[in-house]
Design a protein around this ligand. Structure first.
Ligand code: BGP
Length: 479
């Protein structure tokens, strides 16, 4: 459908930007913080680790002032579970509470709406040693941690996100560092963990509604539309399979409180069905999200496994990437998409897919949407005068925001957009050289330098865009 005059973004639209605790804070063992699975992960060999990252823990006032200068209406960040509960459960760490209290005060003081992710990949290591999400004890520990956050920060925080990209942790846990190496019976374990996370999420949503009647809470999966590699019905069916496994399993449980039928039969066939305790499904059904947050970077393309046809199957490196489909023969086969450009890291750039994704989610669940991640990872260069001319990032954001505006014109109820990332931070598995921020952080993979903050060209472009509520999408910016 074409819109000749797509109109504006709604009044009060939450223009924002995102970070997560382990990628931006640093101070990994300061003031009583316990280690998390990310601190213990081995996948950052040869690139930077997560000990210092962007040193936001010590520089948050300067960072929030920059975000306020950019004009952000909301700022999405996460609370490090092991800063509050160093052992994941047990004793509360007052210094951890104090840090987030100061951070939230600072955000609110600048008139920015805090948008808080409870759990962004960084499960406390003590819980992981005790079985992590395979152990039902972690469900209770998460509920307790969530309740603590609601009690401590609920007066100032209205918008809450439960679990960041639960689907990526299940589909690509080894890439993200959340699945312990050497796990036996990987898939069965992962789908059991998934069930426990669903339960934990539902309990957090119930607790939030009981304690904070004015708050809003929702899940934050990574959702992307899935294309069939051709119009052959078998390929279309494969795309439908992968979409159910990648996307709808998670949102059907979160919103409708039931397992997606296609995925249920897939799990049954493979012997991967989770153990479900008698009250679990009633609890999952009772936890109701107020909105759906979603992260979107790239679309996926799959075919059926029909070896007689050359299909541009993904190679093993591509399959391992968190944004790409894998291959599960007879169900779906991840493919390249010749119609799309790739970024410097091989991720497909697909703004139209963003619109399709937003429409699909809204059509299925009819809940308000907010985008909590979308952005371009790139090797930025710091030029003379501490300038970063990231026109490629502006082009990416412009194209994606344009498609969001069209999605709004299509009738999608969208209340915010938070690109990744507010400032430069350490990529989940590709170091600090893969930058996403509006603000350059002066360090590299192995040299911390002075960690100074410099405004990139995209900073001024986004500032202008926010000030006009999206009207200056095509405008140039002085730099
Ligand atoms: C998402 C995560 C973020 C962030 C982002 C970019 O999966 O929620 O934490 O890392 O992807 O990915 P990467 O850092 O691998 O480029």
């Amino acid at each position: 459908m074409q819109h000749h005059n797509p109109g504006a973004f709604p009044d009060g639209f939450l223009w924002g930007a995102s970070t997560s605790a382990y990628q931006v804070e640093g101070a990994w063992n300061e003031d009583g913080k316990g280690p998390s699975v990310i601190d213990k992960a081995a996948f950052h060999d040869g690139i930077t680790d997560f000990t210092v990252t962007s040193d936001h823990y010590h520089r948050f006032r300067e960072d929030i002032a920059l975000l306020a200068e950019m004009g952000l209406k909301t700022y999405r960040f996460s609370i490090a579970w092991s800063r509050l509960y160093p052992q994941g459960d047990g004793e509360l760490n007052p210094a951890g509470v104090a840090f987030y209290q100061q951070l939230i005060d600072e955000i609110c003081r600048h008139g920015i709406e805090p948008l808080v992710t409870l759990y962004h990949f960084d499960l406390p290591w003590a819980l992981q040693q005790d079985g992590g999400w395979s152990n039902r004890r972690t469900v209770a520990a998460f509920e307790r941690f969530a309740v603590t956050c609601f009690e401590q920060f609920g007066q100032q925080v209205k918008y809450w996100l439960t679990i960041n990209e639960q689907n990526m942790m299940i589909l690509k846990g080894e890439v993200i560092g959340t699945l312990p190496p050497g796990t036996a019976d990987v898939q069965k374990t992962l789908y059991q963990q998934n069930h426990h996370m669903m339960l934990a999420q539902a309990k957090a949503m119930i607790a939030c509604h009981q304690r904070l009647p004015h708050a809003r809470i929702g899940p934050a999966p990574n959702i992307s539309c899935v294309y069939a590699a051709s119009a052959r019905p078998e390929d279309v069916l494969a795309a439908d399979n992968f979409s159910a496994i990648r996307n709808w399993l998670y949102l059907d449980l979160a919103v409708h409180g039931r397992y997606n039928n296609v995925v249920w039969s897939f799990l049954q066939q493979r012997g991967w069905l989770p153990d479900i305790a008698p009250d679990d499904m009633a609890t999952i059904a009772a936890g109701k999200p107020d909105f759906i947050a979603f992260n979107y970077y790239a679309s996926a393309t799959v075919s059926a496994d029909m070896p007689e046809v050359a299909r541009g199957e993904l190679n093993s490196k591509q399959q391992a990437d968190q944004q790409m489909a894998g291959i599960d023969r007879s169900v779906y086969v991840g493919c390249n998409n010749p119609h799309l450009q790739q970024n410097q890291f091989g991720w497909y750039i697909d703004p139209v897919g963003f619109r399709i994704t937003a429409r699909e989610i809204y059509a299925r669940y009819a809940l308000p949407l907010i985008v909590t991640e979308n952005g371009l990872g790139a090797f930025d260069t710091l030029e003379a005068g501490n300038k970063v001319y990231d026109d490629y990032r502006i082009a990416y954001l412009r194209a994606h925001i344009e498609q969001l505006r069209l999605a709004v014109a299509d009738g999608v109820e969208l209340f915010g957009y938070c690109p990744w990332s507010a400032i430069d931070l350490v990529s989940t598995h590709q170091g600090i050289s893969k930058r996403y921020g509006f603000v350059y952080v002066n360090r590299d993979e192995h040299d911390l330098k002075d960690l100074a903050r410099y405004r990139k060209k995209s900073f001024f472009w986004y500032q202008q865009l926010i000030a006009s509520n999206g009207a200056t999408l095509d405008a140039q910016v002085e730099y």
